[in-house]
Design a protein around this ligand. Structure first.
Ligand code: 2AM
Length: 178
C-alpha cells in the first residue's frame, strides 16, 4: 500500500482554503484537489507492506514523543514547476519547529530501515496541479487562518470507487509538555 506521513488539517482550515481555491480556479483552471485531501506531507514512503506499516507507526510514535503542538498559519499561494504547468500550493508560516520534527521523523524512519523520498521538506498544502499561474495570484494573501499541528498522521493513498483518497491509518499526537 502507498503510504505517507503528514499533518492532517482541521476542517476550518480546509474550508477556508477550499473557498480561496475556488476563487483561484475561476481564473486558473487545473486539476484542483478536493478539500478532504488537503494535508502537509512530511515523508513520502511510497509502496509499503504490512511490516513497513508497523515500522512506520513505530517511527512516527518515536518522532512525536516529547513534542509540543506547532502553531502554523496560512501564508501566500506559491507554485512548484513551470509557471505554465505548475503545482499550485498554499504556503505556511511558523514551520521551523515542524522542520525539526520532520528531521527527527526521517531519522526514526532510517532507524527502522524504511526508505522514503529524500527530497527536502518544503512545507506546503497542494491545492491544484496542471495550473497556469497568473502572477498577481501570488501576491494575494490566503485567509489569515492559524491552526496547530497537533501530531503526525500516517496516510494510505488509495482509490475508493475510483476516487483518490488519503485515508488516515494511525496518528501520533504531540504530548503537550511544557
Ligand atoms: P504533496 O504533498 O505535494 O501534495 C500522496 O501522494 C502525497 O504525497 C501527495 O500529496 C504528494 O505531494 C506527496 N508526495 C511527496 N513526495 C511524493 C512522491 N515522490 N510521489 C508521490 N507523492 C509524493
Amino acid at each position: 500500500m502507498r503510504l505517507f506521513i503528514g499533518i492532517a488539517l482541521p476542517a476550518t482550515v480546509r474550508q477556508a482554503l477550499s473557498g480561496a481555491a475556488k476563487t483561484m480556479e475561476s481564473r486558473m483552471p487545473g486539476r484542483y484537489v478536493p478539500m478532504e485531501n488537503y494535508h502537509i506531507t512530511l515523508a513520502f514512503l511510497g509502496e509499503t507492506d504490512a511490516d513497513g506499516l508497523a515500522r512506520a507507526r513505530r517511527a512516527m510514535t518515536c518522532a512525536a514523543a516529547n513534542q509540543c503542538a506547532v502553531p502554523l498559519a496560512l501564508d501566500r499561494p506559491g507554485y512548484f514547476g513551470r509557471r505554465e504547468n505548475a503545482i499550485l500550493y498554499a504556503g505556511i508560516t511558523g514551520w521551523d519547529a515542524l522542520a525539526r520534527i520532520d528531521q527527527l521523523l526521517r531519522q526514526e524512519l532510517r532507524n527502522v530501515g524504511l526508505a522514503f523520498d529524500p527530497k527536502p521538506f518544503r512545507p506546503h498544502i497542494t491545492l491544484a496541479r496542471h495550473v497556469c499561474i497568473l502572477p498577481d495570484i501570488l501576491n494575494a494573501p490566503l485567509p489569515p487562518v492559524c491552526f496547530p499541528a497537533k501530531g503526525l498522521t500516517l496516510f494510505h493513498s488509495t482509490r475508493i470507487d475510483g476516487v483518490l483518497t488519503y485515508l488516515p491509518l494511525a496518528e501520533a499526537v504531540f504530548p503537550e509538555i511544557s
